[in-house]
Design a protein around this ligand. Structure first.
Ligand code: HAM
Length: 425
């Protein structure tokens, strides 16, 4: 990743931090290396992530008293956050923990545009004991509403939101039984992966992307028909709060998401400009995950957005506006052109002074001809050029400034350069 693309990454990261702070989320940093078992126990043995995509290796014991361990590069971060929640006894605080993270994740997928082996996620999790209100549909809707706010804040329009409910530990088994029964009749017409999943983990059949399987899968029983009263009411309330905030969404009965820990609400934001890898972000509720990892009951909900895909969508949006200025592109406010022997000293001193006033500055070199400096300033998109000729440098107190937009030239006392630039910006 190179500039100016890295500036778009920073722009999304900075905006996310600002939006998350408004919703009272605080940052957690978890390790990139985790015990591989953490993911087989939470994301699920039969998921694509665990069965095919993890970078895992044996970390040999260094002493006889030690056991070797299967380590991996984390493929996602919800399991790591819940592990930390349990390990650091965050449940003792009694309150809802609202945590966000920004960092790389790793999956051994076939790379293509928008799908990488090392990719970046920004995610957030709201988790806490049931008494903290962590089970409330308000939390689900608040997170989805926060994401709509974030998308607005980065000026990304044209997204679509899909929501679904995948039920809970009580009603899901009934659905799975119905699904298994229906699959028995049609499994032999499906792809090899689905034939295996039909037996080992039938819900995963719904994630299948093989074109020839889609019509058969669409005709399978739908989870909405098996939800118990509690799950149905929870989902109805999530939708009512979203409706109240005028957030557009579509219920997609097949969206069960490719990770096993989900319960009740699942959601995904997609974007048409992303082609095949069109999921901008995904998330959902995971009320049983803490217990799966030997922790206390701690319902939770969260999401992760693909930062790489956000940047692709922003680039596509900027291209379609036929504008070269992306919201994050930064050009120096001032280019200082030292001109003549001995002027470098003055140039760096002036740059230090202007930067301390919050204006970004690029500096040339005293060996440059004036024409070369002006061309460099133009290429960088600088607004002003300060010319430090030997005369001005001798006078010490005055600086000649050229406004590159109008060509106008003016002289200001050295200690007033920043103020003069701010006035004319
Ligand atoms: P996920 O759907 O596996 O969910 O990933 C979330 C997002 O990460 C995707 O929507 C996509 O934008 C991005 N992503 C995934 N794989 C790649 C890849 N190979 N290259 C580029 N981007 C990718 C999770 O990871 C869950 N932990 C989300 C969550 C948090 N659920 C609850 N809390």
């Amino acid at each position: 990743m190179l500039p100016p693309e890295t500036e778009l990454f920073q722009f999304v990261e900075d905006t996310a931090r600002r939006v998350f702070a408004l919703y009272n989320f605080r940052e957690i940093r978890t390790p990139i290396l985790e015990d591989a078992q953490l993911f087989s126990r939470s994301v699920g043995e039969e998921t694509d992530i665990v069965s095919k995509e993890m970078f895992t290796w044996e970390d040999k014991a260094r002493a006889q008293s030690e056991k070797s361990q299967q380590l991996c590069l984390r493929p996602e971060n919800t399991a790591g956050v819940v592990r930390a929640y349990i390990e650091h006894k965050l449940f003792d605080k009694g309150a809802l923990q609202k945590l966000y993270y920004i960092g790389p994740q790793f999956r051994r997928e076939r790379p293509q545009k928008g799908r990488y082996r090392q990719f970046y996620q920004i995610g957030a999790e709201a988790i806490g004991p049931p008494s903290s209100g962590s089970e409330s549909p308000l939390r689900d809707a608040e997170i989805i509403e926060m994401l709509a706010t974030l998308l607005d804040a980065v000026s990304l329009s044209g997204w679509e939101l899909k929501v679904n409910s995948v039920g809970c530990a009580q009603c899901r088994p009934l659905y799975l039984a119905a699904l298994r029964e229906a699959l028995e009749k049609v499994a032999n017409t499906l792809c090899v992966d689905c034939q295996r999943r039909a037996v080992s983990n039938p819900l995963r059949v719904l994630d299948c992307k093989v074109p020839g399987d889609q019509a058969t899968i669409d005709a399978l029983p739908q989870i909405a028909d098996s939800l118990d009263a509690g799950c149905r009411e929870h989902f109805a309330q999530v939708r009512a709060i979203l409706d109240g905030s005028a957030i557009r969404y579509r219920v997609d009965p097949r969206m069960v998401r490719g990770l096993d820990y989900y319960t009740r609400t699942t959601f995904e934001f997609t974007h048409g400009d992303l082609g095949a890898q069109n999921a901008l972000l995904g998330g959902g509720r995971y009320d049983g995950l803490s217990e799966m990892l030997d922790g206390p009951p701690a319902p939770g909900i969260g999401f992760a957005l693909g930062l790489d895909r956000f940047v692709l969508a922003l680039e596509a949006a900027a291209a379609s506006r036929e504008s070269q200025d992306s919201p994050a592109q930064s050009a120096p406010g001032l280019y200082i052109a030292p001109f003549g022997p001995g002027t470098n000293v003055e140039a760096i001193a002036l740059a230090r002074q202007i930067r301390s006033q919050g204006i970004s500055v690029e500096v040339g070199d005293e060996s440059f001809r004036l024409k070369k400096s002006l061309e460099a300033a133009d290429r960088l998109g600088a607004t002003f050029v300060a010319i430090l000729g030997s005369n001005e440098a001798q006078q010490k107190n005055a600086v000649v400034i050229k406004d590159l937009r109008s060509g106008e030239q003016f002289t200001v006392p050295r200690d007033q350069v920043a103020t003069a630039l701010k006035e004319r910006r």
